[in-house]
Each structure stands twice: as structure tokens, then as C-alpha cells.
Design a protein around this ligand. Sequence first.
Ligand code: TRP
Length: 331
Amino acid sequence: MSARILTADRPTGKLHLGHYVGSLTNRLSFQDQYQQYVMIADVQALTDYWEDPDLIIKSIYEVGLDYLSVGLDPLKTTFFVQSQIPQLFELTTYFSNLVSKSRLERNPTIKAELEQKSFGSVPMGFFSYPISQAADITLFKATLVPVGEDQQPLLELTNEIVRKFNHLYQTGCLLECQAVLNQRCSRLIGICGQHKASKSLGNAIFLSDPLPIVKEKVFQMYTDPNHIRVSDPGKVEGNVVFAYLDAFHPNSQEVVQWKQEYEKGGLGDVYLKNILYKDLTDLLEPIQERRQRFTVKDVKEILYQGCSVARTVANTAIQEVRQAMKILSFE
Ligand code: TRP
């Protein structure tokens, strides 16, 4: 049997280019070779959007359409919604015994996210979501997890839990996993140049952004504020346009040459931004065209079927877990 893959996205808005390079491209190539599960993590989304359930419902369908638009295929990939799989929450409860508060506090992903958010006092749900993410991955016995680089510490925590669980309960029923990062670019910077591309920071180009908006965003990208005249030498490091050309321009040799010219002076931002806009148009046009072929009704149907498959898998796995933990059955 081929390896299992599981990944997920939080439905808190539409997917953007950061998702595309971070995980969607890998998922696309994996769906032909592996058993792939892609989950819409609505319960995890509630950990920071608990006050806005309507946004989450809307986003479940948007994210579903985003998946179909990039070419993920329900005949090859199983799509499901986290809240529909109760076994995930059961496993999260068991895992909570195996993780200390200080271990979570030290987790770099959580630390970075807490710095960005302005929680007065951190809600337990948010604080402990890495435990529920470990349950997502292990209940589906996923060994490969295509994610962006920022998620790696969460996978390390998952593996710690797996080792602890298997050792403690003398079982091999949980499997360790491995992150699969995009070789070319595993973390896309936002157009502001300060943080990673993120829905909540409003610095991302969405897969479904109309092309004129894409153009606007490309022309807003942070470059080098000291590169005033075309003839001035410019800085490549921290320059968002180059980060995006690195991620999306089909000819990387050309990008190397442009970087050299830019650093010497003589290459203008507008010239490069036009090239980047063309690259993004070539990428996004077929995606947006495919999106038109699907409706919310199609997404509902696909999720309905996927949830049923996922529940069957989850049910078998949770029985093994309970057995290992000597949890009695009173059925
Ligand atoms: N934390 C992930 C994100 O914000 C979403 C997620 C939930 C996930 N469960 C997962 C990713 C399991 C990989 C595996 O994008």
C-alpha cells in the first residue's frame, strides 16, 4: 500500500500564492502516487476565529473551489472537513496528557503566531491546537505532510507525541511523519516584505484575485526604498519582487542575471514588476478558468463523500488507539 499523505488548510478566507508554493504544488504531484487526504480544518480555524462562524462556513466552500481550481481531483484525493470526524477530537484529548504546557510555549510556530496576534490572555483552544494537529496527522497514519516551512515545528511535536505514545502504551499503531517542503520556495513573503503571505495580514495575492487586482498588488510590492533611479544600485535581499520571481519565474537563470544587473544598477522596478505580472497571469489564468467550471454544489457533494470515507478510516484507527490505551468498551 502506498504512503498516506495528509494536509490541511484553515478555512479563514481564500487560498493565496503562499499556499500554492507552500503546499498545493506538492499535493498536486502527490495525488497520482499516494493516498492523499486533504482536510479543511474548520475546527482549527475556530481557534482564532471563534467569533466569526459565518466566515468559516463561507471559506469552506471557497477553499474547496480553490482546491478544484488548481487541479486537485476528488477521484485521486479525499477531501474532508475536520468537524465531521469526531474521532479527531477524541484523539486530541488523549494526546493532551502527553504534552506539557511548557513544551507548547516553546514551540516556534505558536510563539511566532502569538506575537502576531493580540490575544489579551491566550485561549486554551489556540494554545493547544498543535495537539489537535498531531491528532489530524496521526489518526490518518500520514507519513508525508506537504506543508510550508513554518509548520515544521508542529510536525516535530507530532513525532514526539508518536514516540511517547507508542513507547508508553507498547504499541506501534501511530506512525512518525515527515514534512515535505517545496524545494524551490517553502515560505512566500507577503507583498509588504515583512511577514509571510497571510490572509489575516492582508498582504497576499489570492488564487482567485481578478488580474487587475493582481497587477495592483504586484505594483505595490516592497522593493528597495533606496533604489530611486533606474541607474542606482539596488538591493535584492528583502526585495519582494525577487522573492516572487524566485518562486514563479520559469527561467531561474534569467532571475540570477537580473539580480546581478539590479545590484549593479541599471534595472528598473517597473520592468521587473511587469515580468512578474506576466508570470502570475500565466499561472493564474488557467486556475481561474478551471474554477469557473465548478459550483458550491459540486464542492458540497465532494465533501459529503470525502467525509464518509474519512470517518471510516478514522474509526478503524481510533479503535487501535483505544485498544493500546486499554480503554474499555461498553458497547
Ligand atoms: N496549521 C495548518 C495551517 O494553518 C492547517 C492544518 C491543520 C494542518 N491540521 C493539519 C496542516 C494537519 C498539516 C497537517 O495551514
